[in-house]
Write a protein that binds this ligand. Structure first.
Ligand code: SF4
Length: 417
């Protein structure tokens, strides 16, 4: 590869690493006409040392930007080396990397040069060339540029598997402070537009099979956590609102990395603990798959997630009056609320109890984490443990047993050497 192109690649791949919204599930684009690649669900990801996903060719078209968002390494006022790919360079890189088996697809974002439409046109053109000229059927995730016109979004959806519009800063006040050139309207309107188009096109395809597919992996967004002082309650409630009203496939939470010494940032120099990011993802999971509402996970009295325990256990400890739950009688939705029981195990319980009452040994065989569940259940021949104890005592038992389990795993691994 020429040195100049290599240099661009190193600058623009590095600048893209702060965007975490790059998982590639949810598409089912099949190889056709002896084309290149397939974008089936389950494309595997790899993660760099700092936890960023690199399974896709993840780059910016350019890190030049006319905006000056305080939290962003590419902001106008930041003194960094700048670069820009041409449309053809991105197309060639994607095809060459794909053929060498380095990547499964493309994740393409960009700083804004000139204006939103000028930038978006180029992103769309790259996707179009890949699909039309190279018959590329691999995964394509395009970031949409806030303020880009609806016609360009319509075109983008014809070629990309997923489109995303980053909310970045969760609250209006935070956005005004840290990204004053952006406004929420330029993010919400395209989300609404894409939601409508995705539904319209799906309905159309039910009647006319040959109608073009439109953003089959849906739309997603990303919020930066910790650059402004939002509570977990604000973040989780906002995520719920976007899932419900804009039918987002995913909300990603990216702990702010203190790359910027911009004075507008209140938490300058402080790194968001990874565990907070993890707890937000667990809360997100509870809303999408476990039937939890945002205000059950965090509320006015508890606006911050307990970082010591996962949010489902946190909810259970705050609601001990809802337990014990009878494994042999309770509805599926209640079984799902028991700490130590996931979606898969809850389904197995419902299926298995048709053949007779389940006891603790059955539950172990079904893969239930008994060390957690035992404080919250009754089943055949088993009564809830420590029913008379306070929630904080139960919490300390669980934390201690997790710590000793961890020690014994580490110990047995050390014994291998
Ligand atoms: S518009 Fe995007 S690329 Fe430009 S400074 Fe803001 S976050 Fe960074």
């Amino acid at each position: 590869m020429q040195n100049k192109l290599l240099e661009k690649l190193s600058i623009l791949a590095d600048a893209a690493k702060y965007d975490v919204s790059c998982s590639s599930s949810g598409s089912n684009r099949k190889n056709k006409n002896k084309g290149l690649g397939n974008a089936g669900a389950g494309i595997c990801h790899t993660y760099t040392e700092d936890g960023r996903c690199v399974s896709l060719l993840k780059i910016l078209l350019t890190n030049h930007c006319i905006f000056d968002c305080a939290y962003c390494v590419s902001r106008r006022s930041n003194d960094v080396k700048r670069a820009a790919f041409t449309v053809q360079e991105v197309v060639d890189l994607t095809i060459n990397f794909y053929r060498r088996n380095y990547i499964e697809g493309l994740f393409l974002s960009s700083g804004i040069f000139k204006n939103a439409d000028y930038t978006m046109e180029r992103l769309v053109l790259i996707a179009k060339k890949l699909r039309k000229e190279h018959n590329f059927n691999g995964y394509i995730h395009l970031k949409t540029i806030p303020g880009a016109s609806p016609e360009l979004l319509d075109e983008a959806g014809l070629y990309a598997d997923r489109l995303s519009i980053n909310l970045e800063i969760p609250t209006e006040d935070g956005l005004k402070l840290l990204a004053p050139e952006k406004n929420r309207k330029d993010m919400i309107e395209p989300m609404q537009h894409l939601k409508d188009r995705i539904i319209e096109r799906k309905d159309e395809r039910k009647v006319i099979k040959s109608s073009p597919i439109f953003a089959p992996a849906g739309q997603s967004t990303q919020m930066i956590i910790g650059a402004s002082g939002e509570t977990d309650r604000q973040i989780i409630s906002l995520a719920q609102n976007y899932y419900q009203n804009y039918k987002l496939k995913r909300v990603y939470y990216s702990g702010y990395v203190p790359i910027s010494m911009d004075k507008r940032l209140p938490n300058i120099g402080t790194q968001v603990p990874t565990v907070r990011e993890n707890r937000l993802y667990q809360s997100d999971w509870l809303m999408r798959f476990y039937g939890f509402e945002a205000n059950e996970i965090v509320n006015e009295t508890n606006p911050l997630l307990d970082l010591d325990v996962d949010p489902k256990l946190g909810w259970a400890l705050r609601n001990m009056d809802q337990f014990p739950i009878d494994i042999n009688r309770a509805a599926y939705s209640l079984i799902l609320r028991i700490p130590g029981i996931g979606v898969g195990s809850a389904k197995k319980i419902i299926a298995a109890r048709r053949f007779g009452s389940l006891n603790i040994e059955h539950l172990k065989k079904l893969g239930i984490a008994i060390n957690r569940a035992k404080y919250f259940i009754i089943c055949k021949g088993f009564q809830q443990l420590y029913a008379d104890k306070q929630a904080d005592v139960i919490k300390s038992y669980i934390l201690n047993s997790s710590a000793s389990k961890y020690k014994s795993i580490v110990g047995s691994q050390l014994n291998l050497f």
